[in-house]
Design a protein around this ligand. Structure first.
Ligand code: ADP
Length: 163
């Protein structure tokens, strides 16, 4: 039984993240999408909201589960008896940081491997940051996120507008 962990902020989940999750779910027995609690103050959505959105958006994938984690990723991977960490690579600009992080995680725990997956090319420009910016400016994000995430974004922005 091979378990992989896909960690990230997912604030919110985009179709690029979803594409990586779908690819990983075809390759491994179990995929745990691990929502990082860190950086909560700057995040638009709380960790529980991000988890719920991912759960709804991956409901059709029976070997995918969603969890919230805090602390060291390598420790979380061991706790979950994970075999590897999945990270998405969009462009060369992601590489430097991801390379450093993968090697740092390996130096913390030799057993934790990091695997990189490329999303479909048409999602390679997508980021949670841009999706939030477009939604805030009143743009249509239907092509970039699932209907669940679109609805949650609209709700969050309406709430922010009312305050
Ligand atoms: P971070 O952990 O830097 O906050 P995110 O939570 O946004 O990053 O993303 C988690 C993982 O998903 C990272 O490996 C990131 O490179 C990857 N990712 C983000 N957007 C996409 C995308 N459009 N296509 C593929 N992978 C992506």
């Amino acid at each position: 039984m091979k378990t992989v962990i896909y960690p990230g902020s997912f604030d919110p989940l985009t179709n690029g993240h979803l594409d990586v999750i779908q690819r990983a779910a075809r390759l491994f027995d179990r995929v745990i999408v691990a929502v990082a609690r860190k950086g909560e103050k700057q995040a638009l959505f709380g960790p529980a909201e991000r988890k719920t959105m991912i759960e709804h958006s991956t409901a059709n994938l029976s070997n995918v589960s969603v969890d919230i984690f805090e602390g060291l990723l390598v420790e979380y991977v061991e706790q979950q008896s994970g075999h590897a960490v999945i990270r998405g690579l969009r462009a060369l600009s992601d590489f430097e940081f991801e390379f450093q992080m993968a090697l740092m995680n390996r130096s913390l725990n030799e057993k934790v491997e990091t695997l990189f997956m490329m999303p479909r090319a048409s999602y390679s420009f997508l980021s949670s940051h841009l999706v939030k910016e477009i939604a805030t400016l009143g743009g249509d994000v239907s092509a970039f996120v699932t209907p669940e995430v679109k609805e949650a974004l609209a709700g969050k922005l309406a709430q922010a507008g009312a305050n």
